[in-house]
Design a protein around this ligand. Structure first.
Ligand SMILES: [Zn+2]
Ligand SMILES: [Zn+2]
Length: 398
């Protein structure tokens, strides 16, 4: 077992490398499932580090690294997502994105850098590890069906069989040097709703000769809000947001059709099952009353992310060991979705938050914004946490 000082020494020794990796990946972001250059870069770096790995997984751009210790023991997995978002960067950083309209605005560049720097750090201590460390670099976290599900299909939890998995996400509101954990359901299942309401168009002056899909769609959307208010158990969170509505061409023309799309987010399986059924009942009723017809599509996204209580405690204690009790807090549940949930359906583990806010940044920009800023000293924090969680888990000193 490395002492706290030794863990930090090791984490600091790979910090410059981690920053270099992060800036490279940040400069050349790629969209979900198109991370070909990132994949090539990661493969080259892993080759240099001398780790054995499988590449071209998860639809083509994922990597699976297996680091075997000298002694037999349990298998612990760590995961990073590698994809970026369709956002035009506005940070003004010297290493800002060189790809127009694409940016690492969810911090996956940091996740990847932390994991690759951890791979470098593990190189020097792997002979002392009683067990195996699996590193998963996965594509496509930001897009259905989620790279995690494809990586699992390609055997990253089975060859070798993983006993526990740990992951983290940057948090732009949490100060650097801090982490946050919580057991149980902490992130939502993000499902998608697509609806088209069809009426009969005509002149705006003679509505009685039409079936107005605009008025009908407006009633449908308003009525849908009552599902969360009246049908869902108030202590179980649910969100129904219509984010886009389209229809019509002119102020005096009643169109034939209006369509809208929305996101439906829940934290419990029974609420998740209830939603599409209630939504369709409301749409059917309102449309019938208006004489309109409808088409509804409902697409299930990622599962609810449920942190295993025991693994969460292992992660929390590992963070306390390297950061001190005062810097490890409780993670607030959020209605965001995250495909790490797929791994947690299969093996116990925990998904934590990593603080990346500079102490002097008092008005941070959030994830998925063009001005997201990361305090890069968070990279060493992430590495120290991962080294500690690996040695805690493998040695059983939890
Ligand atoms: Zn994101
Ligand atoms: Zn993300």
């Amino acid at each position: 077992m490395l002492s706290r000082e030794q863990v930090w020494e090791l984490a600091r020794s790979v910090h410059a490398y981690g920053i270099e990796v992060r800036r490279h990946i940040h400069r050349y972001p790629e969209l979900s499932f198109e991370e070909h250059e990132t994949h090539k870069y990661l493969a080259a770096e892993l080759q240099k580090l001398g780790h054995s790995f499988r590449s071209h997984l998860g639809g083509g751009t994922g990597l699976h690294v297996v680091i075997e210790g000298k002694q037999p023991g349990p298998v612990v997995a760590l995961r990073a997502d590698i994809d970026a978002l369709p956002i035009q960067e506005e940070t003004g950083l010297p290493f800002a994105s060189e790809r127009p309209g694409i940016m690492h605005a969810c911090g996956h560049d940091v996740h990847t850098a932390v994991l690759l720097a951890t791979a470098k750090a593990l190189q020097s201590i792997k002979d002392d590890l009683p067990g195996t460390v699996v590193l998963i670099f996965q594509p496509g976290e930001e897009r259905n069906p989620g790279g995690a599900s494809l990586m699992i299909r390609d055997g990253v939890l089975d060859r070798p069989k993983v006993d526990a998995i740990f992951g983290l996400h940057v948090d732009p509101y949490l100060q650097v040097g801090r982490m946050a954990f919580a057991p149980g359901p902490v992130m939502a299942a993000p499902d998608e709703l697509r609806v088209t309401v069809t009426g009969r168009g005509g002149h705006g002056a003679w509505p009685h000769r039409t079936v107005d899909p605009i008025v009908t769609a407006a009633q449908v959307i308003t009525s849908l809000q009552q599902i969360v208010a009246r049908n869902v158990d108030p202590i179980r969170p649910a969100v129904l947001t219509v984010g886009l509505i389209q229809g019509g061409t002119a102020h005096n023309v009643i169109p034939d059709e209006v369509s809208f799309v929305g996101t439906v987010r829940t934290m419990h399986e029974e609420v998740r099952r209830l939603m599409p059924e209630r939504i369709e009942t409301v749409i059917r009723g309102v449309c019938a009353a208006a004489g309109a017809t409808y088409r509804m599509e409902y697409e299930h996204g990622y599962p609810v992310l449920v942190n295993d209580p025991e693994a969460t405690e292992i992660g929390r204690r590992a963070a306390i060991a390297v950061l001190g009790e005062e810097n490890v807090g409780a993670m607030e549940p959020s209605m965001g979705g995250e495909d790490f949930a797929y791994y947690l359906e299969r093996v116990p583990g925990t998904f934590a938050r990593l603080g990346v806010r500079s102490p002097d940044n008092l008005a941070p920009h959030g994830l998925h914004t063009s001005r997201l800023m990361i305090d890069e000293s968070s990279i060493a924090v992430g590495v120290a946490y991962y080294i500690q969680v690996v040695q805690s888990f493998l040695t059983g000193d939890r």
